[in-house]
Design a binder for this molecule. Structure first.
Ligand code: HH2
Length: 267
């Protein structure tokens, strides 16, 4: 899953693809690089981000979804049912909700449209989620949350096979919580729904790369991102959400050839 942020303030790409034509060009590039699907978002959920009015979110994402949906499956990254509904009308095929259906209208919408959805774990709201997050057992609590939200979605009419779950790395988690969740990915992949993992360019990747010479910024974390994408895939994740599609596809291809999921030689 390649990330297309139609936002002025994303932590990872800082508004580089904010204007619709830039976001569309970026999405086309990610498809050419081998992305199987694109995640289009119009509201940054980075720590400290303020919510965006629905009208503004719609204005940002709809032209981008409309242009990219004929080219590849598009997921709409939103917490708002109104935005999700309009994006589905514009051609999106998947609803990626970092609040796991906190908007009560979301489950009914996804059920009615028969589309796929991603349910992600987040502690609190983006504006405050990194203020000293605490858990007794982060893996147990995130697992229980994902299981209960997925079952609630099924009770609301979303078919089991339409649901993916996501531990929400970086969303209301300390460095240690993120590492615990990364170590537990094989367990999370066996919860009963396909697993999506989004670690790309997040600050804990910078800390994992730390060699004492200063923390690398979001765009200097590629080697860490590749290591974690391979770790997620070998742990059983079905989808990895990444900013740097070309190197990730190349790394996954090497792994698939070693594990036998892809032929050693292609002509
Ligand atoms: N991470 C971000 C946004 N959406 N969706 C899912 N399912 N999983 C994630 O881990 C995830 C997500 C944050 O990354 P990014 O889009 O690069 O930043 P921002 O929220 O600042 O736009």
């Amino acid at each position: 899953m390649g990330v297309v942020n139609a936002t002025p303030d994303s932590f990872s790409d800082g508004g580089e693809h904010f204007a619709a034509p830039d976001a569309v060009a970026h999405g086309r590039r990610l498809i050419a690089e081998g992305a199987d699907l694109l995640d289009v978002g119009g509201e940054s959920t980075r720590p400290g981000a303020a919510p965006v009015p629905v009208e503004e979110e719609l204005r940002r994402v709809l032209p981008v979804v409309r242009a990219l949906a004929p080219l590849a499956p598009v997921s709409i990254d939103t917490r708002h049912a109104e935005v999700a509904a309009a994006a589905l009308d514009a051609g999106a095929a998947i609803v990626n909700d970092v609040s796991a259906f906190a908007d009560p209208a979301m489950a009914a919408l996804v059920a009615r449209r028969g589309v796929e959805c991603v349910l992600m774990h987040m502690r609190g709201e983006p504006a405050t989620m990194q203020d000293d997050p605490r858990y007794g057992d982060v893996v147990a609590e995130v697992s229980a949350f994902l299981e209960s939200r997925a079952k609630a979605a099924e009770a609301a009419g979303v078919r089991h096979e339409k649901i993916l779950v996501d531990p929400g790395l970086g969303f209301g988690k300390s460095f240690e919580h993120n590492v615990d969740l990364l170590r537990a990915l094989p367990r999370l992949a066996r919860l009963g729904w396909p697993l999506l993992v989004g670690s790309s360019r997040k600050s804990f990747v910078g800390r994992l790369l730390d060699d004492g010479t200063g923390l690398p910024g979001p765009r200097q974390r590629l080697e860490g991102d590749l290591a974690l994408a391979l770790h997620a895939a070998t742990s059983g994740a079905a989808v990895v959400r990444v900013h740097d599609v070309a190197p990730t596809v190349r790394a996954l291809r090497v792994m698939d050839r070693i594990t036998g999921r892809m032929p050693l030689w292609t002509r």
